[in-house]
Write a protein that binds this ligand. Structure first.
Ligand code: UDP
Length: 491
């Protein structure tokens, strides 16, 4: 498969958050499988989370090198060891987290100086804005990764234009302008740039946005067949800049049960064998998998509606319980005082902590995925060929919901109406009721009643798998990306 005749070296600098680091590590494996030597810069915590997967890749012969960054948590006013966005004790510390990231530049540049052969490009997360200056200093192209789809990129691009003209209505629903489909949203559903919470992130956002200008191109975790109109539009609005869709990235773990099980965390919170055995005991397409991502700080009120909606659905389900600190205690107290586990014991599997999501989704018993619509999870659900029950929470997740419900046609919304602002989780009232959860599950799981949603999901899942195979669009895009970088850095 490798076609690179000389040693070509790339550097990758992911953002310290699971939804950003996970696809970057997948990308490192993909590039390395094509012969590129990839040096990936990870903080100590992420290095340990990804150790098993990276060690396995290296021992199978892939040229991946891991270099550790010391994350200056305490210097930035964070607790020691708080090195990943999901470990923040409160999201009100988000600005401190970005301040710590800004202090990493010198360390990263020292590593870049040491790498041989000299790196030909940096693939970096959009949110690490100093990489723009680093790329300039080392005179190498910078390729930006942001973890969003082209649909969301395009929607956000046009929302910025609308915002500059002061044309985003405060409360009434409106159409996102100049995109190929009719997509209606409200301001309350939009990401922080258009719908800020009390946390002041303007300075962080502006620096990030300003740094995008000189990027040589974008890598997108998506595939052209899924959203080709949006890929074309995105290329156009970026002035014909390179946009390489190389996904679904999660599929690079397809051949290894261990890679799927340990993706994102060397130790899942459950025994994978038990989970697979439990899944084996159910009919194909009968189980609902419910997980609200890596960052969601589930409030008790939200958890109760989710849990009772799943119970009322009368379907077998896997529920990933993710709450932190005091909220976790409240959730556990509710579970035990209501004997929830005993009540649903015969048809449920509860996971507290980290779930082996891609392993679970690829099991044939999974028939629906209740997701918070983070783009990784959304695409993983699409790739698994299952319809989605959508419960967006924050960031661009409402846009991802619109995409699967209105464009792809494989999602059913639970009816969430507004974002849960970061750091204000405790203040948000109950947003979605159990009956909404139950009825969305019912609509997704009931065969045949509502057109061919399940069949569409199956077909799109097949398209996703074809895209990454030899001859597929994403496979070709990786070839083009490597060739392009070799060409422009030849001298
Ligand atoms: N994930 C996982 N197990 C969990 C929670 C999340 O494997 O218990 C993975 C999931 O498969 C996805 C990523 O973490 O790849 C979460 O990214 P996403 O964009 O969906 O949402 P975020 O967590 O960034 O909100």
């Amino acid at each position: 498969m490798a076609f690179v005749s000389e040693e070509i070296s790339f550097v990758m600098i992911p953002l310290m958050a699971p939804g950003h680091t996970i696809p970057m590590v997948d990308m490192a494996k993909l590039l390395a499988s094509r012969g590129v030597t990839v040096t990936i810069l990870l903080t100590t915590l992420h290095a340990s989370r990804f150790k098993a997967v990276i060690d396995r890749a290296v021992s199978s012969g892939l040229p991946i090198r891991l270099r550790r960054l010391h994350f200056p948590a305490e210097e930035a006013g964070l607790p020691a060891g708080c090195e990943s966005f999901d470990t923040l004790p409160s999201y009100t510390l988000a600005t401190n987290f970005f301040a710590a990231i800004n202090k990493l530049r010198d360390q990263a540049e020292k590593i870049l100086e040491e790498i041989t052969p000299r790196p030909r490009c940096i693939i970096c997360d959009r949110n690490i804005h100093w990489t723009a200056q680093t790329a300039e200093k080392f005179k190498i192209p910078r390729i930006v990764f942001d973890g969003m789809s082209c649909f969301s990129q395009m929607s956000i691009h046009n929302l910025y234009i609308l915002q500059a003209d002061n044309r985003i209505p405060e409360t009434t629903p409106f159409l996102i302008p100049d995109i190929p489909d009719r997509i209606e949203v409200t301001r309350a559903q939009l990401p922080g740039a258009f719908n800020p919470g009390t946390l002041d992130m303007d300075d962080v956002r502006e620096k990030i946005k300003a740094s995008e200008g000189g990027a040589y191109g974008y890598i997108i975790n998506s595939f052209e067949e899924l959203e080709h109109k949006y890929v074309d539009e995105f290329r156009k609005v970026k002035g014909g800049i390179n946009v390489w869709c190389v996904g679904p990235l999660s599929l690079c773990n397809e051949d290894s049960v261990d890679d799927k099980a340990q993706r994102g965390n060397s130790t899942a919170s459950i025994d994978q064998e038990n989970c697979l055995k439990w899944l084996d005991s159910w009919q194909p397409g009968s189980v609902v998998y419910a997980c609200l991502g890596s960052l969601a700080r589930t409030t008790l009120a939200q958890f109760v509606e989710l849990a009772l909606g799943l119970e009322a659905s009368n379907r077998p389900f896997i529920l990933v319980v993710k709450a932190a600190g005091e909220k976790q205690l409240q959730v556990e107290r509710w579970i035990s005082s209501n004997q929830f586990e005993e009540r649903v014991q015969k048809r449920s599997f509860l996971i507290r902590g980290w779930a082996p999501q891609v392993l679970i989704l690829s099991h044939p018993s999974i028939g629906g995925f209740l997701t918070h619509c983070g783009w990784n999870s959304t695409l993983e659900g699409i790739t698994a060929g299952v319809p989605l029950i959508t419960w967006p929470l924050f960031a661009e997740q409402f846009l991802n919901e619109k995409f699967v419900v209105n464009v792809v046609g494989t999602g059913v919304s639970v009816g969430s109406e507004s974002v849960m602002h970061m750091g204000e989780e405790d203040r948000s009232e109950r947003k979605v009721g159990r009956e909404n959860v139950r009825s969305a599950i019912e609509r997704v799981m009931e065969e045949g009643k509502e057109g061919n949603r399940r069949e569409v999901a199956r077909k799109v899942g097949e398209m996703a798998k074809k895209a990454v195979q030899a001859g597929g669009s994403s496979h070709l895009n990786i070839t083009l990306l490597i060739q392009q970088i070799i060409k422009i850095t030849k001298k």
